[in-house]
Each structure stands twice: as C-alpha cells, then as structure tokens.
Design a protein. Structure first.
Length: 470
C-alpha cells in the first residue's frame, strides 16, 4: 500500500482517531483482517465474525507492528473508529481502496467476471501481464466486498497492473465492486447456470455480469471490453458499453481466435493463436479444452497492453496453475492420475471436467467422483441428471455420487442408454475415498468435482497423501 498518515486515512474512511493513535503516524505496510498477518506499519481491520471478533485481537496486531486498528468497537490500541458495525467498516475499507487507486495513475485495473473460469483466468492474466511490470492479483477467489479492496490495497507506486476477479450474488454487486476499483479493461468469460437459484434466469445472470462492461470508460478514454464471441449472452453485452469491444473465441469473426484446437495425452490444449493478422502456436500447461477460452481472453488483454503474438504465446505456455483444487493433477507412483477440481462446480464446468476426464482416460479406467452443484434452484434435479447422462456418454467406468443432493447424478447415469459402468451413491467424502481404495488399480484416472460446500477436495487429498506416505 502507498504510505498514508492516520489523519489522511481517517478523512478517507470517515473514521475518527482515538486512543493513542497519532494523526501523523503512517501506515506503510499491508492492510489485513487477520491479526496473524499484521506486521510493521500495517493496518489491522477488525471485523466481527460468527466465531471470533477481530476487535479481541487488536492488541496482538499492534504488538506485531500494526500502526493502528480500523474497527467499529472501541479498543485500547491506537484506533480509527467508525460507527455502524461491520457494514460500515467494510464500507470504510472500500473507500480507502478507491482513494489508493486514484493515487495510482500508472496502474491499469483489469476486471474479470463470468460464471466459470474467473479464478483461472485471473491467475493466467497475473502471470502473463507480470512480464510487463509489477502486477497485483488476489489469492484464490478473493472476490467479494472484503477481498476486493484488500487486494487493491496491496498496490503501490510501482504497480503496473491490478487484476481483479469480480463476482456477483445479485444485481448491483459487480457495479459496487467496480466503484471501489474502476476498471479500464473488463473481461466477460461466459454466462452459465451458476447461481441460477439466486438469479432465476440466465438473462438475469447476464444482466449482473454486464455491470462490468457498463463500468468501463469510453473508448476515447481507453476503455476496452473483452467479450466471448462464442457466448451469445456475452457478446450481446457490446451495446451496454461505450468501451471499445475486443472479441475472443473460436468463431471466425473473433478478433482474438484459436484454431486447430487439440488435446495431448495429458489433457493439455494446443492451438494456433491468431490476432492482429499474426499467428503463433500455443501449448498450455493447464488441463482441459475449456482453458482455451480462458487463454484467449488473456491473450486479448495482453495484446491491448502491448505484447505481440509471439510473446503472448510463450507467456501462455509457461503460465501454470496457481489457485488450488482447480484441475490440479497429481500422478502417483503407481500410475494413478488424480485430478482435483473440487473447488467449485456448475453445469458448464462439470461438463468440461467430464470431457477432460474422457481425454485423460483413453485406454485407462476412469472414475468420476461427483458432488452436488449448489444454487441451481428449480433446475437442480434436471441439471444433475443431465450430468449423469453426460458421464455415461463420455464413458466413465465408475461414477461415485457423493451426498444426497448428488443422487440425481447417479439416477441420470443409470437411466442413460449408453451407461455400461458402475454407479455408487455414498454419504460423504470419507466413504467416497474408501470406495476408491477398494477399486483403484494402477494407471486408473480419478476426477473429483463438486461445489465447494461438498468438501470433495478431501477425497483427492486422501488419495495423494496416502501415496506420499508410502
């Protein structure tokens, strides 16, 4: 973070200094919400929680070197106090982030949204743009009203790019995040079925995702909207922005295009990247054909930032997975391949995972360990049954549906004419791991996928940790 005095922070956040806080003392270190991460010159933001209250750790944060505590309940430590509870502390955090962004005229803010692929694309962008200069990006899916400003506040005068993942749980959420850190470049990957239960329709999801392109500056101010040409709901957002539109996809009319897409035996995509009348061969280090669209979005942003096609192709080929449990591939010594894609799931990403498993398996036995997809509302049963049928069509040998809410996946597979495999229903991750131990043979392939609440990463971690312990 750029250095700011406490009186300046108080002015920005609409807080008042109290206790031993000295107005001329400066915050020069990170802004944190975990007292264990506090260090010299940091600002500790105290928030209440379901199990612990951050205010109770104010003294520990200051003892670790924090200059002051931003909170809503008086504490003995040097403090910036706001009224109104956690909601006002979060609002104050957002105001501070906005002020810092305005002090960084040399930094480009890039926002990324979509129903799936946001985190992977953000990670790719950070690696590729990092070749051009210091780049800030959130860890994992730190994409809400708290994680967003905390990421922004890591930027300083040297920062060249701030890459932000923006998520929505309702109409207006993305607009709010964009008001904290106004993007110059906005990337919309896709509009799928994730959160259908909350939004009610794909058009409502598109309305929310499109708030990103509405927040961009006009073309004359350098605004750029990077839109998926293969998704009608995304490319249909073009009239909603005054920014210049750059399209990406497999379509021939896309500005940034991939042709001759193929997967190697490890499931990694290769393609010819075409942009600006030039082309270059790309071989991704990431697993799955769905990574091609993510890579094309990154290529579009990189080209807008001054990289040529050969540089982009090389950077994409060297960029690897960063965030955990997203197509995380582990090859055991017995030849068993474990693919941990358990961070989250929706119908589109579940389908992509099964198609990737099909490629990885080839002449090997395949196991799909699938949990439920959350927040699908009235479409829950139909979408889960459809995934079961897809598992049958892609030739899964053993399907393990984990948890009662995933039961329709097993029903869909059993009812499919193409189904020739074994179907199991188990209660939890522990039972799924036990079923795998009984059945796995050398060189089998296991795909683990489900919504975050299903906790299926435990299955993959057990399989890999048991191997490591041998």
């Amino acid at each position: 973070m750029i250095a700011l005095t406490l009186d300046r922070i108080a002015e920005i956040t609409q807080a008042r200094t109290r206790g031993s806080a000295q107005p001329t003392d400066s915050v020069t270190g990170p802004v944190v919400i975990d007292s264990r991460q506090a260090g010299p010159g940091s600002l500790f933001v105290a928030l209440g929680g379901e199990r612990v209250d951050g205010h109770d750790f104010a003294d520990a944060a200051v003892a670790a070197g924090a200059t002051a505590v931003l909170g809503s309940r008086p504490v003995a430590a040097p403090q910036l106090l706001v009224d109104g509870g956690d909601a006002e502390v979060v609002a104050a955090l957002g105001r501070l982030a906005r002020a810092v962004v305005e002090e960084l005229p040399g930094a480009d803010v890039v926002g990324v949204t979509g129903s799936s692929g946001k985190t992977t694309t953000k990670d790719l962008l950070a690696q590729v743009l990092g070749r051009l200069g210091p780049t800030i990006a959130p860890a994992g899916s730190f994409n809400n009203e708290i994680g967003h400003p905390l990421t922004v506040l890591r930027a300083d005068e040297s920062t060249r790019f701030v890459v932000l993942e923006v998520a929505a749980r309702g109409i207006g959420h993305i607009a709010h995040l964009c008001s904290i850190a106004p993007p110059r470049v906005g990337v919309v990957l896709n509009v799928g079925s994730a959160h259908m239960g909350e939004f009610g329709s794909r058009s409502a999801i598109a309305q929310a995702k499109g708030e990103l392109v509405e927040a961009l500056p006009g073309a004359e101010q350098g605004g750029v909207a990077v839109l998926n040409a293969d998704d009608d709901a995304v490319i249909g957002m073009a009239p909603r922005t005054g920014a210049r539109v750059v399209s990406f996809g497999l379509a021939e009319h896309a500005d940034v295009r991939a042709r001759d897409v193929e997967l190697d035996g490890s499931g990694r995509a290769g393609f010819t990247l075409e942009l600006g009348g030039r082309s270059a061969a790309v071989r991704l280090a990431l697993v799955g054909t769905h990574q091609v669209h993510n890579a094309l979005a990154v290529a579009a942003v990189a080209a807008e930032s001054g990289m040529d096609v050969e540089e982009i192709a090389a950077a994409l080929g060297e960029a690897g997975p960063v965030s955990r449990w997203r197509m995380e591939v582990t090859d055991r010594s017995d030849g068993v391949t474990v693919v941990n894609d358990a961070y989250n799931a929706n119908p589109e990403s579940m389908g992509a995972a099964l198609r990737t498993l099909q490629v990885l398996a080839q002449r090997r036995r395949s196991f799909a360990v699938l949990g439920h997809m959350a927040e699908l509302g009235d479409t829950h049963d139909a979408e889960h049954e459809r995934i079961g049928r897809l598992a049958a069509e892609t030739g899964v040998d053993v399907l393990i549906a984990v948890g009662e809410q995933a039961a329709p996946i097993a029903d869909g597979a059993r009812g499919a004419a193409a189904w020739r495999g074994e179907t199991l229903r188990v209660a939890d991750a522990e039972q799924a791991a036990a079923a795998l131990r009984e059945r796995l043979r050398p060189k089998d392939v296991v795909m683990v996928k489900g919504s975050r609440v299903a906790g299926l990463e435990q299955v993959a971690e057990q399989l890999t940790s048991e191997e490591a312990a041998k």
